[in-house]
Design a binder for this molecule. Structure first.
Ligand code: BTX
Length: 324
């Protein structure tokens, strides 16, 4: 019911709407409306109440990632139809994995803060309160497990498109870093639960720095946020845009098997294509030229002796010749 009330108030574009009108629209008593408004105010919605005029949203709600805010005007078919929102949590990926078997395809877990945010290979992901988007999406595709790495490619292309739609020109550093002005803006952590021939679920974790002005010393030189680069965007708008782009590309892959289109988009944003890069495996680093990204999302590189080699994600990391 609170969701419906907040939708009516959000739809009313900061004009007053009477308690009577809301109670009529929802078929509940005026005192029930008043009680819901009271708890919405406690949640942080700045709702003004004036006698005989009714209620109106005084200013845009704090950019909270609540399910009401995200669901309002979210034009997806299944992504984000169920949203779990937390003020704080250890890791949204960890939580999503716990609930994945029982929850529906497309469920989103999102938190204002993570206390144990995880990167790949046991690395830490810095996830301060209200500064970024820390979210995990549960997907249950009917595909063979060996095809799931392509979902990271889909996620990268979708996030880059989403930011581009909002006026931010980003690049993708293969396989899964979204780069802004040469620094890491966003990372993707894809986790899989599968049997030999069947995917149980995939948890697609996305961490994006939005409002951060400072980073811990260890990552200060490699990390950036939208705010630091001069973009003042709402986290809620970004989440909605990502979910729309992701759903479009995901369905293109699952239903139409259309990998070419996604790879073309991915390549358009690639910051390694055509460049000299270091391919790093454990303590070995080899300077190669990146000549292509193939239909599986793997790098095609040319070694110094002219030999062509395919490099798969998961087994290496890459660095630009001149820094990150
Ligand atoms: P990654 O292994 O590619 O990147 C981790 C590395 O990035 C760290 O070792 C550190 O150097 C650097 N780093 C840490 N925090 C940040 C940050 N906030 N911004 C930029 N660089 C940073 C990338 O792993 C995958 C990250 C996924 C995070 C999401 S958040 C929601 C979900 N829940 C969860 O626990 N993880 C995912």
């Amino acid at each position: 019911m609170r969701k419906k009330i907040i939708n009516i108030i959000l739809d009313n574009n900061r004009e007053f709407i009477s308690g009577e009108e809301i109670s009529k629209q929802l078929g509940i008593s005026r005192s029930a409306v008043w009680k819901h408004i009271k708890s919405l105010k406690e949640e942080g919605y700045n709702i003004e109440s004036i006698n005989k005029k009714g209620y109106r949203l005084k200013e845009k709600p704090k950019d909270l990632l609540s399910s009401q805010n995200i669901a309002h005007e979210l034009n997806t078919k299944f992504l984000g139809k169920s949203i779990f929102h937390f003020e704080t949590i250890d890791s949204t990926n960890t939580y999503a994995k716990k609930i994945a078997s029982e929850e529906v395809d497309g469920t989103v877990v999102i938190s204002e803060e993570q206390t144990l945010g995880r990167g790949r290979l046991g690395r830490i992901w810095d996830s301060k309160a209200y500064e970024g988007i820390w979210m995990s999406i549960i997907l249950k595709p009917n595909i063979l497990p060996y095809r799931t790495p392509f979902l990271t490619i889909i996620a990268g292309a979708s996030i880059a498109n989403a930011l581009n739609n909002l006026g931010v020109s980003v690049g993708i550093k293969w396989p899964n870093d979204i780069i802004l002005n040469g620094k890491k803006l966003c990372g993707i952590l894809t986790e899989l639960s599968a049997e030999i021939e069947r995917v149980n679920y995939i948890v697609l974790g996305i961490g994006m720095n939005v409002k951060n002005l400072n980073f811990p010393n260890e990552i200060e030189n490699i990390a950036t946020s939208l705010c630091k680069e001069g973009y003042d965007l709402s986290r809620v708008d970004i989440v909605r845009e990502i979910l729309c782009e992701l759903e479009k590309n995901y369905l293109e892959f699952i239903k139409n098997e259309n990998r070419e289109k996604i790879i073309d988009t991915y390549k358009k944003y690639s910051v390694v294509l055509g460049k000299n890069i270091f391919v790093i495996k454990n303590d070995d680093r080899e300077l190669v030229e990146c000549v292509d990204i193939n239909i599986d999302g793997n790098l095609i590189v040319k070694k110094s002796n002219g030999a062509i080699k395919e490099v798969m994600s998961g087994e290496v990391s890459v660095r630009g010749e001149n820094g990150y």
